[in-house]
Design a protein around this ligand. Structure first.
Ligand code: DX5
Ligand code: ZN
Length: 213
């Protein structure tokens, strides 16, 4: 399992220190939650702050857009050369076009599904994607309770991925901890995002290690 700590639960007064610490503790990706106050009822960080995160990180950034007007935000963050940019299918009229745009910028494209969104709606996009992110909470806040139906969804998505693009990763985001990570592994999940579990743990390295199942 690859581990992507969400910096939403970091100490924003010491953001660079916390980003360096999760990278030293062995994370695989640094998950950055970008919220615009419209698509979700919360507002987080823009390119000025994410540039500081990119400077401190020694692992690729995994930028999770929770915004209206995805194209505008892709253009805003592309100069920071993140590893992945993911956008919500619920907020995009032309996902195929946006995937190509992200790829042409040299960034791996990913699509995010909210808890209610069936995986079948992206079946014909899978061959163009590097990753699918399944939300296991409603997007907007850290520290929420894990929604267990994501396990069945991941298993269904895995079957589709094996048929259409076996290289595409499955990532799960929200309420992940050392208890539910095993079921996610069994369902075929490749990457977990964890915010509050990692940053509230007494040891960042042990928290990350406990998710690498
Ligand atoms: C929620 C975000 C998550 C969040 C996860 O909208 O996408 O990345 O930070 O936090 P935890 O792990 O605390 O649920
Ligand atoms: Zn996220």
């Amino acid at each position: 399992m690859l581990v992507a700590p969400s910096i939403l639960s970091a100490d924003f007064g010491h953001l660079a220190r916390d980003v360096e610490a999760i990278c030293e503790a062995g994370c695989d990706l640094v998950h950055v939650d970008v919220m615009d106050g419209h698509f979700v009822p919360n507002l987080t960080i823009g390119p000025v702050v994410v540039e500081a995160v990119a400077k401190a990180a020694t692992r690729p950034l995994d930028i999770h857009l929770m915004v209206e007007n995805n194209t505008f935000f892709v253009d805003l963050f592309a100069p920071l050369k993140p590893g992945y940019i993911s956008f919500h299918i619920e907020e995009e009229k032309h996902p195929h076009r946006l995937i190509q745009k992200i790829r042409n910028l040299g960034i791996k494209p990913a699509i995010v599904l909210n808890p209610h969104t069936p995986p079948e709606c992206i079946e014909f996009l899978l061959e163009d994607l590097d990753m699918v992110l399944l939300m296991s909470v409603n997007p907007g806040f850290g520290g929420q309770k894990f929604i267990p139906s994501v396990i069945e969804k991941a298993a269904r998505l895995k079957e589709m991925i094996q048929k259409r693009n076996p290289k595409c990763l499955i990532e799960v985001d929200g309420g992940v901890n050392d208890k539910n990570v095993h079921k996610l592994k069994d369902a075929g999940v490749d990457v977990v995002v964890a915010g509050s579990y990692v940053f509230r743990h007494e040891s960042l390295s042990r928290a990350i290690e406990s998710l690498k199942v």
